[in-house]
Design a protein around this ligand. Structure first.
Ligand code: ADP
Ligand code: ASP
Ligand code: MG
Length: 439
């Protein structure tokens, strides 16, 4: 029998009524056997996600604030969910135990993980399914990276006799034996791990939009839905900010060729988006598949005559960043120039000045200039490599919108072109590119 693994995101867990629709979705297909849930998300715009309430609670706990009050907001979310579901579940005792353990552990990751833990216990009750705690089946190594093989084995063992099981997303166990979370949005990764472990035929990712859209729906009104997209395009778009799916969630499933289907909990009949291996997917017919971007980058521009003939120049520059522990996103370069594109968050405090000083000492450049408040926008599509004139259309559209391009990087994968513009032009630039290729 085919096995479908289903991950339900925060809005799909936001209140008891949505959880009832989730139960209908699961009951509607016998193949939907393994469920991964996020913590309850926003019920309305302006509401606060449970995970954010938990981070607030942890901050109150360690900074001498009112932890009890902050955690009361978390408790009331779960108490009303259980009430709305009319569930025979002693939520008060479970919350009490959880509160005690948070105080005892005093760990940010542990506190944040309780959003998923509590939600999965409730959903397991609703579905009458086995609850499998992620801390017993998902493992990280000493470097904090996923220990895939160990996790797949443990998940497969845990589900052996379970017709249906529910896992909390977002966390696992670190090499030190303590609960550790993925980065934000990480329940998508948990779902992919379970899909790989049980040899799923499909990884369904249920969210609040009817699929992967050609750009962020918060910037362009009702953008076109992408029917089918390759893992490669998905990786580029999600890494660059299309956070409907966590960018690391494709790794476990890609290896096993498991397709991902993005579906809408609030419109379950909609087709959604299918994410497939490049060899199996049918291109959408459009030159560009999608556009995504992120704000707040810093560009360090370096110029030195004859840079290219100086052996080890780039390595010396990169060594400075390595020493300071700063990851580099892109390195566009010319004959006598190179730029380092770095997330501004990684250069806070005195770090930026230190990096500049060390670069000056290490390679004695003619010029070093820092450009801040840069947004990066990626235009992605397999069709781009085979179609002449795409970049000229892209840059004409940006120029026509009166936007100054501060940096260009064409990825060597040939399926994307990245432009850097001022943060202030971010939304305008996405709109201009969308208009050019999709309207
Ligand atoms: P979940 O809680 O289900 O994991 P997320 O909030 O993480 O949901 O992701 C869904 C949201 O991603 C959508 O509501 C949408 O606002 C946003 N989003 C950003 N870019 C895109 C895109 N290209 N396509 C679809 N949704 C997008
Ligand atoms: N609840 C976590 C977050 O808000 C993980 C997730 O939703 O995937 O980031
Ligand atoms: Mg998400």
């Amino acid at each position: 029998m085919a096995i479908k693994v289903c991950k339900f995101g925060g809005t799909s867990m936001a209140d008891g009524n949505v959880i009832k629709s989730v139960k209908n979705i699961i009951d509607g297909d016998m193949d939907r056997r393994f469920i991964i849930v996020s913590a309850p998300g926003k019920r309305y715009s302006g509401d606060i996600k449970v995970t954010d309430l938990l981070y607030d609670s942890y901050n109150a706990l360690v900074s001498g604030g009112d932890f009890k009050k902050a955690f009361a907001a978390v408790k009331s979310r779960y108490v009303s969910i259980v009430k709305e579901l009319n569930l025979d579940f002693d939520i008060d005792s479970v919350l009490e135990e959880t509160e005690e353990r948070i105080i005892k552990e005093r760990s940010e990751d542990f506190t944040a993980s309780r959003g998923e833990y509590l939600c999965a216990r409730i959903v397991a009750g609703v579905l009458n399914a086995k609850f499998i705690d992620a801390e017993n089946v998902i493992f990280f190594d000493e470097n904090g990276a996923l220990n895939g093989e160990k996790s797949y084995k443990a998940v497969a063992e845990a589900v052996k006799d379970a017709p249906r099981a529910v896992f909390p997303g977002f966390y696992g166990r670190g090499a030190d034996g303590k609960v550790k979370t993925f980065s934000r949005g990480g329940s998508d990764i948990s779902g992919a791990i379970v899909a790989r472990a049980v040899h799923a035929s499909m990884y369904e990712n249920w969210t609040d939009v009817s699929g992967f859209l050609a750009c962020d729906p918060r910037i362009v009104d009702s953008p076109r839905r992408i029917k089918s997209i390759s893992y490669k395009e998905l990786r580029e778009l999600s890494y660059m900010g299309a956070n409907v799916l966590h960018s690391e969630s494709i790794f476990p499933v890609r290896r096993a060729n498991i397709p991902i289907n993005i579906k809408n909990t609030f419109r379950p009949g909609d087709e959604g988006t299918l994410i497939l291996p490049t060899s199996r997917y049918t291109p959408c017919g459009n030159i560009v598949t999608g556009v995504a971007g992120k704000k707040n980058f810093t560009v360090i521009f370096i110029e030195k005559s004859l840079m290219n003939s100086e052996v080890g120049f780039i390595a010396d520059v990169l060594n400075v960043l390595k020493k300071e522990g700063v990851p580099v996103e892109h390195i566009p370069s010319g004959i006598d120039t190179m730029s380092l594109v770095v997330e501004s968050e990684c250069l806070q405090g005195e770090k930026l000045n230190r990096v500049i000083e060390e670069i000056k000492q290490s390679v004695e450049p003619d010029v070093v200039r820092v450009i801040e408040n840069i947004a990066l926008i990626a235009t992605v599509g397999h069709g781009m490599s085979s179609s002449v004139g795409t970049s000229s259309r892209l840059f004409s559209a940006i120029a026509a919108a009166n936007i100054n391009v501060k940096m260009i990087d064409q990825g060597s994968s040939e399926i994307n072109i990245i432009v850097g513009v001022s943060n202030n032009d971010y939304e305008k630039c996405i709109k201009a590119i969308y208009r050019e290729f999709f309207v």
